[in-house]
Ligand binder design. Structure first.
Ligand SMILES: O=C(O)C(=O)C[C@]1(C(=O)O)C=C[C@@H](O)C=C1
Length: 268
């Protein structure tokens, strides 16, 4: 009928709630809470033997593995507005638009379309996976095989989701910083001065604290594995430190990229 085709053609009306962001101090606590789960998953993943063929063609098999998982996640609301979760394989989200009647007061979340996921995925596959050099396997198979591809991709997916969520919390870090310096940021946004915006968003003291916490967590998790009797090589503790440090350096950089892009689109 005319009625049903009319219904099909009309785009869904999306009601986006007005969401206020926490203070910078609160957000830094939230970021700190994510360090242990990330490093715990990393430790688990680090201990799986990793055939490099699994990540050929820039990780195309892993990306394909993420598709059905992200479709299910989308259906359960994982990527809904304000969740600060963005998929690796699904289409980009539509941005908020500031209008005369809705100016998005400072402190209110303003959706932009940028995600750091491509950067995170490429870093993961090309710079982190090559460091996963475990020779032993935690799996016992009667056919003498040592790998479990499904378990490996499953941990990859969990880790990728966690690091993506951590990085996209940068959007609310940026909103919180924008709200506390509207005048300063507005002129920089108007002149599209990404370099000065980045400098204004950067806090190297905070970065040092984040890196130190990550190192502490890596020590704790590697100690937990060795003292509980896992068959680890002598180099395990140092290698996990190295991988953790590389990951958190990247996370800070991608989080900052996401902050910069958020600010640049703040008045759109
Ligand atoms: O805490 C902040 O101010 C942030 O912007 C977050 C963060 C991080 O990723 O942890 C990123 C950039 C800053 O230089 C310091 C820390």
């Amino acid at each position: 009928t005319t009625e049903s085709s009319d219904v099909q053609q009309r785009p869904p009306v999306v009601q986006r709630p007005a969401l206020t962001v926490p203070t910078l101090i609160q957000i830094r606590d939230i970021l700190a809470q994510l360090e242990a789960p990330i490093i715990s998953t990393l430790t688990e993943r680090f201990n799986l033997a990793t055939p490099s063929s699994l990540y050929a063609n820039n990780g195309s098999e892993l990306l394909a593995y993420l598709v059905p998982r992200e479709l299910i996640a989308a259906a359960s609301g994982r990527y809904d507005y304000g969740k600060l979760e963005y998929p690796y394989t699904l289409p980009p989200v539509s941005p908020d638009v500031t209008t005369r009647t809705n100016s998005f007061a400072p402190g209110r979340f303003h959706q932009d379309t940028f995600t750091g996921n491509k950067e995170l995925f490429d870093f993961y596959v090309n710079h982190l996976v090559p460091l996963f050099s475990s020779q032993s396997s935690v799996f016992f198979h009667l056919d003498n095989s040592t790998t479990n591809h499904d378990a490996t991709f499953n941990l990859d997916a969990t880790l990728l989701e966690l690091i993506s969520h951590r990085s996209h919390i940068g959007k609310v870090v940026a909103e919180s910083k924008f709200a506390s310096n509207v005048t300063g940021f507005t002129s920089l946004i108007k002149s599209k001065d990404a370099t000065t915006i980045r400098a204004l968003l950067t806090n190297t003291t905070q970065e040092t604290g984040v890196m130190a916490q990550a190192a502490t967590a890596a020590t704790a998790f590697s100690n937990a594995w060795t003292t509980s009797g896992a068959a680890e090589t002598i180099s395990f503790v140092g290698s996990l430190q190295n991988v953790t440090s590389k990951l958190f350096r990247e996370l800070i950089d991608v989080t900052t990229d996401i902050e910069v892009q958020y600010i640049l689109a703040r008045l759109n």
